[in-house]
Design a binder for this molecule. Structure first.
Ligand SMILES: *[C@@H]1O[C@H](CO)[C@@H](O)[C@H](O)[C@H]1NC(C)=O
Ligand SMILES: *[C@@H]1O[C@H](CO)[C@@H](O)[C@H](O)[C@H]1NC(C)=O
Ligand SMILES: *[C@@H]1O[C@H](CO)[C@@H](O)[C@H](O)[C@H]1NC(C)=O
Ligand SMILES: *[C@@H]1O[C@H](CO)[C@@H](O)[C@H](O)[C@H]1NC(C)=O
Length: 375
């Protein structure tokens, strides 16, 4: 598709999706059967990644109720569980067989701290948990646990939510080198999107239908990159943000494409970029510190120093360490995504995804997709 037809496609799909938003409003929401989460440290329990969790991570968590994530308190997946009425998700990588058997119906968390889209090149030290491996584990879940516990697998999976946050680590590794050659960067992003699409298609083939995909935040504003900007007054490194936006744009196009390509599927984007940008640039969320990490951090790495004493005003601080948001920010992201407020989740809010007849609107979508395919 050329550039012109691509923008026509975007415009049409934008108009269409607004229409579909209206249609979806007419149907009743129905609880999801399960929540399956995939991705990187924005989704992962820490213990799955490191074997144990380190203070001050999880300092604000109710004791032993939750697995400690990469934040001071609840993570994105915790808030999703909470809002959707599930118990805290079971980390698949560390749960024993009995726990998995007992808890399988409400879903699992497959996310892993350093996970990437791109498979590692050459031998790696430690566990590598790229997206493909996480989908393998989901496949294993189906034949080991779900087939035996769930009556109608097709129905069960079509009513489950699949939430994915990935790509942060791929960009983190790449961005410092990318500004030298943008053509190369663009090509690389296409490869990433190609590889990611393969995994989404696998999940679809296995029965998944409702997808919530988190895009990448404005990394150029995160404390990890702030020090690299030459202009000491600048809040954000806009060069880096431009590259992230390029990625997010391609991701949005891919989601449009998958909505059309895979019938009865609904892919929606959770716009982390937009929300974090808003929190930094407007005062309406009431954050008083939008530039510094709350905990004292290691350098390099950007994680909290073990037993480091964090800032006190954690409810008004945006960044927890140099790479991750605080519980306060995670909460805004997930609640807005759930309600649809501010189009943080677009074209569908999580509540829209819960409505049983989303597939009806997908039929309408198909009509438009056919039309668009003629361009
Ligand atoms: C299975 O899950 C139920 C509900 O959460 C819990 O009450 C029960 O203790 C669990 N049983 C085992 C063997 O883990
Ligand atoms: C499972 O549910 C789907 C959708 O409601 C239905 O079409 C199908 O016949 C059901 N399969 C079985 C084996 O009951
Ligand atoms: C950038 O990368 C592309 C593709 O690898 C290459 O063809 C081009 O010569 C490179 N440009 C520069 C300025 O290095
Ligand atoms: C996956 O990425 C590799 C490069 O890492 C690329 O060669 C390959 O074409 C990509 N696969 C798809 C389906 O795009």
């Amino acid at each position: 598709m050329g550039n012109t037809s691509a923008s026509i496609f975007n415009l049409l799909s934008f108009l269409l999706l607004i229409q579909i938003g209206f249609l979806v409003d007419m149907f009743e929401a129905q609880p999801f059967t399960a929540l399956y989460t995939f991705g990187d440290s924005n989704m992962a329990p820490q213990s799955a990644s490191s074997g144990k969790s380190h203070m001050p991570y999880g300092i604000d968590l109710p004791y032993h109720l939750y697995h400690v994530g990469f934040s001071n308190g609840l993570s994105i997946s915790d808030f999703l569980d909470d809002l959707l009425g599930f118990k805290p998700g079971i980390p698949y990588l560390e749960a024993d067989d009995a726990t998995k058997m007992n808890g399988s119906e409400s879903g699992f968390n497959y996310a892993y701290g350093s996970a990437t889209i791109r498979p590692p090149r050459g031998p790696t030290t430690g566990l590598s948990m790229e997206m493909a491996r996480q989908v393998n584990l989901f496949e294993e879940t189906l034949y080991r646990y779900i087939e035996t516990t769930v009556e109608n697998k097709t129905l069960y999976l079509s009513l489950a939510l699949f939430a994915v946050s990935i790509g942060n680590n791929d960009l983190m590794h790449l961005v410092p080198r990318a500004d030298h050659n943008e053509t190369k960067f663009d090509l690389y992003l296409d490869h990433l999107m190609g590889n990611l699409t393969v995994q989404f298609k696998r999940l679809y083939e296995l029965g998944a239908r409702r997808f919530l995909v988190f895009n990448i935040g404005p990394l150029g504003c995160y404390p990890i990159w702030l020090t690299t900007t030459s202009d000491s007054k600048a809040k954000c490194n806009e060069d880096i943000n431009r590259l992230v936006s390029l990625y997010n744009g391609k991701l949005a196009d891919k989601m449009d494409y998958l909505n059309c390509e895979l019938s009865s599927s609904t892919f929606t984007i959770a716009n982390t970029y937009k929300l974090v940008h808003e929190i930094i640039n407007t005062r309406k969320y009431g954050f008083s510190d939008v530039t510094n990490s709350c905990c004292p951090v290691q350098s390099p790495g950007g994680f909290c120093v073990h037993m480091g004493v964090p800032c006190l005003d954690r409810k008004k601080t945006l960044f927890w360490d140099k790479l991750h948001l605080t519980e306060a920010a995670n909460k805004i992201l997930v609640t807005k995504c759930y309600s649809g407020d501010g189009d943080i989740c677009f074209p569908w809010s999580i509540r829209d995804l819960q409505k049983t007849l989303v597939s009806e609107s997908s039929m309408l979508l198909n009509v438009f997709c056919d039309l668009i395919a003629k361009f």
